[in-house]
Design a protein around this ligand. Structure first.
Ligand code: SAH
Ligand code: SF4
Length: 356
């Protein structure tokens, strides 16, 4: 059976020879706007077409395997893919009750960042566009259904406010499938402007986003602006060095004018020192303070993982780091870690069941 969640209305119409072209849009709207995943319920389609669709197509191909809820409102899902691999996706809730979906783009990750659990697993495979779109559809459907029953303080919103591609995998290493999924979700009424792609800094991928004038937001897992520290923690820095990354970010801003988020996962004694602040400030300002980057720095105290040799800095140290950046007049926030009780926090995704 053919998965269809990443097909645009005209592609759906093309897959239905003999049916009028507007059927493509109708099926698309049922799936993407009304979140109806059963052809039998698509009441404006003729019975014969509904039966035919049910025999040939799958609106959603992922199967929910597990769901864990944290007291702070985070819900982590584990989905089974057609080949037996699994991926994880998370619904995060902020203090105001707004909820966002954190989606995976690969099974595992090839980038091998030393502080990240997904990196430790290595890459198993890329997700297809429909597997990325399916995570969104299932999480959005969950949020909408839950929103209807929402009570409590703060009240939950009845829909997703945003999507972040910050789950398992490196989104820009799976660019074509990522972009196709984004286009389809956008066409279904969820604007690209509400989506954030987080990357470890793949220069070619960033340049692709600039040249396509993509309206998604961009976040860079910078971690450190000191080349030696970054080389040690992130092998990807050897082939995508900071100087080239910075040039790509400048060009991205020249093309799109958008502010970029720089994510700094803080580890005690590793990248929370005075020289790390200085390196970060000069990375943002640029040589001779000409051509500064327009950024928001997001500090993320490292989420502890068993058997990893790092430590989360004390809260006072994180606050010291934040203030030093603020003094340099660079916008900065500290991310409150949510969902760590269910291992749904950043860098803690990554349980994979063996396939076959
Ligand atoms: N591959 C992409 C997106 C997935 S990682 C990227 O690297 O940006 C999502 C975020 O989790 C990144 O900002 C990453 O730096 C962060 N992260 C990884 N391990 C972490 C940990 N143990 N604690 C806190 N954040 C972590
Ligand atoms: Fe991959 Fe991102 Fe983890 Fe690095 S931080 S290993 S790029 S998922």
């Amino acid at each position: 059976m053919r998965p269809i969640s990443a097909m645009l209305p005209e592609e759906l119409a093309g897959a239905l020879p003999g049916a009028p072209a507007y059927r493509g849009r109708q099926i698309f709207d049922w799936i993407h706007r009304r979140l109806v995943f059963d052809f039998a319920e698509m009441s404006n389609l003729p019975d014969s077409l509904r039966r035919d669709l049910a025999e040939r197509f799958m609106p959603v191909s992922l199967e929910e395997q597990d769901r864990i809820r944290d007291a702070d409102g985070t819900v982590k899902f584990r989905f089974r893919l057609g080949d037996g691999n699994t991926v994880e996706s998370v619904v995060l809730q902020d203090r105001r009750g707004r909820r966002s979906a954190c989606l995976s783009t690969q099974v595992g990750c090839a980038m091998g960042c030393l502080f990240c659990r997904t990196g430790y697993l290595g890459l198993r495979r890329d997700l297809n566009a429909h597997e990325i779109a399916d995570q969104f559809l299932l999480l959005r459907s969950f949020v909408r259904r839950q929103g209807l029953r929402s009570e409590g303080n703060p009240p939950r919103s009845g829909d997703l406010s945003g999507v972040v591609f910050m789950g398992m995998g490196e989104p820009l290493a799976n660019l074509d499938n990522l972009l196709q999924a984004i286009e389809v979700l956008d066409c279904g009424g969820f604007s690209q402007r509400r989506m954030t792609v987080s990357t470890c800094g793949l220069v070619e991928g960033i340049r692709s986003l600039s040249s396509r004038k993509s309206m998604v937001r961009l976040a860079i897992s910078l971690i450190s602006a000191d080349s030696e520290v970054r080389n040690r923690l992130m092998p990807v820095n050897r082939s995508n060095p900071l100087s080239e990354l910075r040039r790509a970010l400048l060009d991205y801003q020249a093309a799109l004018g958008k502010r970029i988020t720089l994510e700094i996962v803080l580890m005690a004694g590793i990248n929370d020192r005075p020289e790390d602040v200085e390196a970060l400030v000069s990375f943002v300002r640029g040589p001779d303070a000409r051509q500064p980057l327009k950024v928001l720095v997001n500090l993320i105290p490292w989420n502890p993982l068993p058997e990893f040799p790092y430590k989360r800095p004390e809260a006072g140290r994180v606050e010291w780091f934040r203030q030093r950046i603020e003094q340099a007049r660079i916008p900065v926030t500290t991310r409150v870690s949510r969902g760590s009780a269910v291992c749904g926090a950043c860098g803690q995704l990554g349980q994979i069941t063996p396939s076959g």
